[in-house]
Design a protein around this ligand. Sequence first.
Ligand code: CU
Length: 134
Amino acid sequence: MGLRIATLAILAAAAIAAGCASPSAVPPPPVSSPDDAAPGRTVIEVALTDFAITPKIIVAPAGRVRFEVVNRGVIEHDFHIPVLEGPHAHAQRLLRPGERRTFAYTVRPGTYEVVCTIPGHREAGMVATLDAGS
Ligand SMILES: [Cu+2]
């Protein structure tokens, strides 16, 4: 009996927490996943240079998208999509000069900003737009 009440209390707390997390202003939960190397339906090549992200407008269908990111600069750069990864995730997709890495995301239709989070790099031009269609 006591255990059952505790279980109900946990379920109630979870329901309240879920309710609090639902305002529309909250971005979707992070959807990048550990299976970054897994095949995606769409593969898009993105180049990081000192200081640009190419292409400037990245067009992709919505859904599972795999980005093959190469750092063609002479310093480290980061590949970051703030809305998809959350504001507190940064500098987690750092690439050394010459390094090539694959990152996969599930992207809903919409427009997303893509940036390098290293201080000063966005301002220097390392910003692009991901335009995901339906
Ligand atoms: Cu950079």
